[in-house]
Design a protein around this ligand. Structure first.
Ligand SMILES: [Zn+2]
Length: 505
């Protein structure tokens, strides 16, 4: 919702100052829910916050166009997950976790007009019944109105919608929208139709109700009306949707309200600028108040949230480092482009690794997820310069990512091979640890001779020997170099070529 880099991008195309960003969550249904949650807190019908974590499953949906393009990069979702964990970890007992795989939804309507009927139906159909569903789309901004919509919580379908740019920049917008999911309202609720303006509403304020609405205005003095105005919570100070008036008579730039504003009783407004549910940009770390945390706790435990509650305990071990890439390393030349082996350091507590490989000049990216610290990739092109990095993660931790490593591919092809008369070719053990001896198990249909070569993964010849196979099972011994890495063992005869890779650890 508020992020410096977004504002920089936006000011490139806009000269309007103070046109910050917003979310279009419908607050009508939230009023009933927050009141119900306040009532259950007051009546002690929910357990009070005891510090037990409230594990909250998050299902991410990458919405692409109907042709299956334009998805949000998963590595950016992981960055945003890191942000979400930090935002909630310090100020509430909600513990968001990634539930399962990252889903995709191909719908141009949802991608560019998620509020339209067809799009809502498509997203609702794709939603996971036991998760908080987050749909990441290209655009959420409807024409008209002030500011740019960054995301929203849809109370009718009970899912969150985020625009890609917010995810890309790991703003606190997702944390804000999840606050709505748990029934929190904007502290400035009531002012949306006509944001506060010094010229229009006076300073000190001249109204007790927002003109043109029936919304009573929250006063600074908590003894007056904080229980049923604004966000209906009393430890979030009064706030009047500053910075959004068309005459730019207030500014919230740099997390600072100017000028000083006074309410109807002459009390100076002291908004909590860094409140997660307000709109102030550039506040660094945003926070929830104690009451906001209590309400979210009550909402999690309310009947309407039974679908996300379970006995499941996610992996909450923190990942504290990024891996170093082992192969390809910086500057490596990988001759055979169509079957490239990637390997990196295993990272403690990482259950999965996201590998991103980017064409350096064109910028196109491919992403893979694997649960082991290595990967075979067959999708690369010949004679290209690629950058790759690894992003280790588990359900709740995703804050470290490797640096980029750049390598080149050549034009050699590791073909889809066969040798007539050879029905199987395997290497044992593979990977090889604590030894250099390997056995080649080869089944041959007939007596035949062939050449066996051992090469590095980049194609450099290490050894070559001539062997004769008999009909049936053959077991041939071979010795690898001591150096850890990937080696190619090739069988070659006049009848064809076969290659197997073996990993020396
Ligand atoms: Zn909002």
């Amino acid at each position: 919702m508020r992020l410096l880099s977004i504002i920089i991008i936006f000011t490139l195309s806009s000269t309007l100052y103070g046109q910050f960003h917003k979310c279009t969550t419908d607050h009508g249904p939230l009023i009933k829910r927050i009141e119900a949650n306040k009532a259950s807190i007051a009546a002690n019908t929910v357990e009070t916050r005891a510090g037990d974590p409230l594990y909250t499953p998050i299902k991410f949906h990458r919405v692409g166009r109907t042709d299956g393009t334009s998805y949000m990069a998963i590595t950016s979702i992981l960055d945003n997950m890191c942000k979400l964990g930090k935002d909630y970890g310090k100020f509430s007992d909600i513990v968001p976790y990634i539930n399962g795989d990252f889903a995709t939804l191909n719908s141009s309507a949802a991608f560019s007009q998620p509020w339209s009927n067809g799009a809502e139906a498509a997203m609702n159909n794709a939603a996971d019944d036991e998760s908080v569903n987050v749909f990441i789309v290209g655009n959420v901004d409807q024409a008209g109105g002030v500011g740019t919509t960054l995301g929203y919580y849809d109370p009718n379908f009970d899912f969150l919608v985020m625009r890609q740019l917010e995810v890309l920049d790991s703003t606190s917008t997702l944390s804000h929208e999840l606050g709505h999911y748990f029934s929190l309202m904007h502290p400035f609720f009531g002012w949306e139709p006509s944001p506060y303006s010094v010229n229009e509403h006076g300073n000190p304020l001249q109204f007790s109700v927002v003109p043109g609405t029936n919304r009573e205005i929250e006063m600074v003095d908590r003894a007056r009306n904080c229980e049923f105005t604004g966000d209906r919570l009393c430890d979030t100070p009064a706030s009047y949707l500053f910075g959004f008036s068309s005459d730019n008579s207030t500014s919230i730039a740099n997390c600072n309200l100017t000028p000083n504003i006074f309410d109807l009783f002459g009390d100076q407004l002291v908004p909590m600028e860094n409140n997660m549910m307000d709109y102030f940009p550039d506040c660094g770390e945003y926070a929830f108040t104690e009451q906001q945390a209590e309400v979210m706790h009550a909402d999690f435990n309310s009947p309407s949230r039974s679908q996300i509650r379970s006995t499941y305990i996610p992996n909450t071990n923190e990942i504290t480092s990024a891996p170093t890439q082992l192969f390809p390393a910086t500057g490596d030349f990988v001759d055979a482009y169509n079957s490239v082996y990637f390997e990196w350091e295993a990272i403690e507590h990482a259950d999965r690794y996201l590998v991103e490989i980017q064409d350096v000049f064109i910028g196109t990216k491919i992403e893979y997820i694997t649960d082991s610290p290595n990967l075979w990739v067959t999708d690369l092109e010949a004679n290209k310069k690629y950058a790759w990095f690894v992003h280790p993660f588990n359900e709740t931790s995703a804050c470290y990512k490797s640096s980029k490593v750049i390598f080149d591919t050549g034009s050699a092809v590791t073909s889809v091979e066969e040798i007539a008369g050879i029905s199987s070719f395997d290497i044992y053990p593979n990977p090889v640890a604590g030894s250099t001896d390997i056995t080649l198990a080869i089944s041959s249909d007939n007596l035949q001779s062939l050449n066996i070569t051992l090469k590095t993964v980049t194609g450099k010849l290490i050894e070559s020997q001539f062997q004769t196979l008999h009909a049936g099972a053959n077991a041939l011994q071979l010795q690898l170099p001591n150096t850890p890495g990937i080696y190619l063992v090739q069988l070659q005869s006049e009848n064809g070529l076969l290659t197997q890779r073996v990993v020396k650890q």
